[in-house]
Design a protein around this ligand. Structure first.
Ligand code: SF4
Length: 374
């Protein structure tokens, strides 16, 4: 159903919750256009991500190759170089673009280690709008440092006429990070309720289902089981900058092949893949990554439709909110059950110079033994 292409691990942000920028890939070794041409068509959502995809000089060519292969093509960017996306938007106005934004000017720039990042993103999205972009928005990683700004950022997106995607802290090979833990799970979770209510108050069907996605984020933040069973592997795959193909973007043991060396069909029909699918069935990670969560919410038959569970929740709560009633979060969420969490401080890298570790093809790319979400 869905695919993410992690086009590069080079990044010009210095986020405190994602260490990709500390471990850049060698541009000479990054997944090539020729390799991407091997992907089949018929995906629902293809996300071109990073690192920072605009650091790939051949991003327009990557989009040319992937555009016919998916119903929705998405670029996930830090938004520091919107000008590089303008020609793409002029060619394909319906490309989905999300710029990472983590709060107000001070908060965003501190969390993401970006000098003047906030202003560049806000101006950049405007630039893409003027170029004719029709599916633009910000993406916000909910964490202790910005949870109280979530509703304000949502209101900003409403004012600007753009979308807001949300996710939260995870440990994953995709982030080269295994110590992302909430300081205060309960207060972070409670802040998400305001956003859910606001989203249900709109007339946007997309927002109503995002409200459900955010309900899943509350469960994840508190350390509860997933709202919906994971369908990674059968409905979702990832290609990393070295063309390695993974069935999941959290567990590095779910590596299933290499697109440079193999054909896509070979990878997905392999014995290796069958074995990994049965491991995914038994996976106990407390994970609600936006990529796999939004896929899991959708019908396997008509991909643009939701599964019955999210549909019923949305219907019930949309009616409630429309009648002026409150969403009773305590009916859906057991706030008395908050998993313990170790306290591991995240620091801002704004104004800090850190030595980067260039990763070569033969290196062990994901250093931690396993990437754990509890
Ligand atoms: S639940 Fe397990 S298999 Fe599914 S995305 Fe999370 S870590 Fe991967």
């Amino acid at each position: 159903m869905d695919l993410t292409v992690i086009s590069t691990y080079r990044c010009n942000s210095k986020c405190q919750m994602c260490y990709v920028w500390k471990h850049p890939s060698d541009p000479k070794e990054e997944v090539s256009i020729k390799t991407l041409e091997k992907l089949p068509g018929g995906f629902d959502n293809v996300n071109v991500s990073g690192g920072e995809p605009t650091l790939r000089n051949d991003l327009p060519e990557i989009i040319d190759v992937l555009y016919p292969k998916g119903r929705i093509i998405e670029i996930s960017s830090n938004g520091l170089s919107a000008d590089k996306i303008v020609p793409i938007i002029k060619k394909y106005s319906n490309i989905k673009v999300r710029f990472s934004l983590e709060g107000d000017e001070i908060t965003n720039n501190a969390i993401r280690g970006e000098k003047d990042g906030y202003n560049k993103k806000v101006r950049g999205l405007q630039l893409l709008k003027e170029a004719g972009g029709s599916d633009l928005g910000f993406a916000f990683v909910i964490q202790d440092e910005n949870a109280d700004q979530l509703v304000k950022v949502y209101e900003l997106t409403q004012k600007l006429g753009v979308e807001l995607a949300t996710s939260t802290l995870h440990n994953a090979w995709q982030f080269h990070k295994n110590d992302n833990y909430f300081y205060e799970r309960l207060s972070v979770a409670r802040n998400v309720e305001g956003l859910i209510t606001k989203m249900l108050q709109t007339y946007s069907i997309k927002n109503w289902f995002r409200a459900y996605l955010n309900l899943g984020l509350i469960q994840k933040i508190l350390g509860h089981d997933r709202l919906i069973k994971c369908t990674a592997g059968s409905d979702f795959m990832f290609v990393d900058p070295w063309s390695d193909v993974f069935a999941c973007n959290v567990r590095k043991d779910l590596l299933v092949g290499n697109l440079e060396k193999q054909l896509w069909e070979e990878i997905i029909n392999s014995e290796e893949m069958k074995g990994k699918l049965s491991e995914i069935e038994k996976c106990t990670q407390n994970c609600w990554m936006v990529t796999t969560a939004r896929t899991a919410m959708r019908s396997k038959i008509i991909h643009s439709f939701p599964k019955l569970g999210p549909f019923i929740w949305v219907l019930k709560n949309k009616v409630k909110v429309s009648l002026g009633n409150k969403v009773h979060f305590d009916n859906d969420i057991d706030y008395n059950d908050v998993k313990p969490t170790p306290y591991i401080k995240r620091d801002s890298y704004l104004d800090k110079t850190i030595k980067k570790d260039l990763q070569k093809k033969d290196d062990p790319h994901y250093i931690a033994e396993s990437y754990l979400n509890e």
